[in-house]
Design a protein. Structure first.
Length: 92
C-alpha cells in the first residue's frame, strides 16, 4: 500500500504536483494548455515556423491531433532545455 501525504501534493521547490507526469515544471501552464488544445501555435511561439506548419497539417486530421499535442509538449520541454543551455554557455 502506498501512502501519500497531503504535503506531497503541494508545491515543493518550484515543482508542482503534475511534475510527476514527466512535464518539466519550467513550462508555463498557459503554454502547456496551448500545446494540448492548439499544438501548432506552440511551434510559432518558440520560433519554429516550419514545424508549426507541419504540425498544423498533422492536426487537421482528427487522428493526428493526439500525436501533434504530444509532439508540441515535447518540443516545448526541449525549448526550455535549449534555452537553459544557451544561458549557461553565455555565462562562461
Amino acid at each position: 500500500m502506498i501512502s501519500v501525504k497531503s504535503a506531497d501534493l503541494v508545491t515543493t521547490q518550484g515543482c508542482t504536483w503534475w511534475s510527476s507526469l514527466y512535464i518539466p515544471a519550467e513550462i508555463s501552464f498557459m503554454r502547456l494548455i496551448l500545446a494540448i488544445l492548439l499544438p501548432f501555435v506552440v511551434f510559432f511561439t518558440i520560433n519554429r515556423p516550419f514545424q508549426g506548419i507541419f504540425c498544423l497539417l498533422l492536426q487537421i486530421t482528427l487522428i493526428g491531433w493526439i500525436p501533434a499535442a504530444i509532439w508540441a509538449v515535447y518540443a516545448l520541454g526541449q525549448y526550455k532545455s535549449d534555452k537553459k543551455i544557451r544561458n549557461m554557455q553565455r555565462s562562461r
